[in-house]
Design a protein around this ligand. Structure first.
Ligand code: HEM
Ligand code: HEM
Length: 344
């Protein structure tokens, strides 16, 4: 009986050690980390149930736009990968904006927001589109008047920002939206399962793609929890793509820093759920993920990746799709006679 136990123990030790000995996973674990299963804490913005629910209502609230037609969800559709599947977004008065809409999923993990990182966090970010002429075309005053005109919102702001004398404010709108966005995270992708020890969560082809992603140098720019979203690099570091992909008029971070070396510098795009967020690049010019990977090879690495390598890397990128958060559509309060009327 003792021998059987001993054999079982040795057997277990062998299985455990083979499960642990996975050099590919060890290399990956040094560069990437899994999406957490719970919303992260945000400094200065405590996530409470009331605030997250209010933020969700505001995210879906078209009356934050002057036309009463456009909400955050118009361009960041949470039923569609957190974006709009358009090359560039369409906003107020059917105007086309200059850039592709990034997904709001996992945006909370980005070091800064927008393709050029010009907003420090989600709360600062949320104030932009509400006022942008090509997006929602409203003003802070109009937004506050709109929210104050509906008693349900006044109650919810009061409960979400307890003890404040004037809780219904533009800043608090942004904080509530940020709180909701912090819950839009996508854990449990097959890659994360692999990283956490489930060796068969990825196929051999996908693992080869992961190895290529690290060996070829993609991970130099796309790493961390979001596979990007942390640092800035020239788009076209080695070979500048043509104007069809990199339009000359959009100089990226140059507009933020006014420094010549920041011309055509953009944030390394986060690659989580990338199979759900075509078309690609800030111009939204490339619909096919394999083509986007090949463009990166040439533009950023100066390497012509062959067809097989592109296929494998793309297969790996598809393992970055996580569990999509289930969002129950909120019931919004009815307008009152005091609610500012829609304007064109
Ligand atoms: C960027 C949220 C409304 C189009 C972003 C980002 C977030 C966000 C978090 C940055 C994501 C990242 O950098 O990875 C919101 C919220 C909105 C809102 C909370 C409502 C208050 C809209 C609307 C449109 C839109 C209505 C379309 C008309 C875009 C575009 C970008 C962007 C084009 C990229 C802009 C750039 O990089 O310059 N949004 N969004 N958003 N959003 Fe929105
Ligand atoms: C964008 C993949 C290497 C910096 C992207 C996108 C993909 C991708 C799929 C588009 C994301 C989107 O539109 O949402 C890869 C792969 C690489 C690689 C597979 C290796 C073959 C690199 C390197 C750098 C880099 C080495 C930095 C030197 C960027 C930047 C963007 C981007 C700045 C945003 C471009 C824009 O403004 O549209 N990458 N990447 N990438 N990547 Fe890479």
């Amino acid at each position: 009986k003792k021998t059987t136990l001993l054999c079982a123990a040795i057997g277990l030790a062998v299985t455990t050690s083979t499960a642990i000995a996975d050099p590919l996973r060890d290399r990956a674990a040094a560069l990437f980390s899994p999406i957490p299963t719970e919303a992260p804490e945000i400094k200065g913005n405590k996530l409470t149930d009331e605030k997250v629910e209010l933020g969700k209502m505001l995210f879906f609230e078209p009356r934050l736009s002057s036309s009463h037609l456009i909400s955050c969800n118009t361009c960041h559709n949470v039923g569609m990968g957190g974006h709009d599947y358009l090359p560039v977004s369409i906003g107020h008065g059917w105007q086309k904006g200059p850039r592709n809409s990034p997904t709001v999923f996992n945006a909370v993990f980005n070091a800064a927001q927008f393709w050029d990182g010009r907003a420090a966090d989600l709360a600062e970010q949320a104030k932009g589109p509400v006022q942008a002429g090509v997006e929602m075309s409203s003003t802070p005053e109009r937004v506050v008047a709109t929210l104050k005109s509906m008693p349900d919102y006044v109650e919810r702001f009061t409960a979400s920002f307890p003890g404040e004398t004037d809780p219904v404010s533009f800043d608090n709108m942004a904080l509530a939206i940020e709180a909701f966005e912090a819950t839009l995270i996508t854990p449990n992708s097959r890659f994360d399962q692999y990283l956490l020890g489930k060796a068969d969560a990825m196929s051999n082809e996908e693992k080869e793609g992961l190895a290529l992603f690290m060996d070829k140098g993609c991970a130099a720019c796309h790493s961390g929890v979001n596979f990007g979203g942390q640092n800035y690099f020239p788009f076209g570091l080695v070979v500048r793509p043509g104007a069809d992909i990199l339009p000359v008029g959009d100089k990226g971070r140059f507009a933020v820093t006014n420094t010549a070396s920041d011309e055509y510098v953009f944030r390394a795009a986060p690659l989580r759920n990338i199979e759900l967020t075509a078309p690609y690049f800030h111009s939204g010019a490339v619909w096919d993920l394999e083509e986007a990977v090949a463009v990166m090879g040439t533009a950023q690495l100066g390497t012509e990746l062959n067809e097989e390598q592109v296929k494998k890397i793309t297969a790996f990128l598809r393992t970055l799709t996580g569990d999509i958060p289930e969002v129950v559509y909120p019931i919004l309060p009815v307008s009152t006679p005091d609610t500012p009327r829609p304007v064109d």
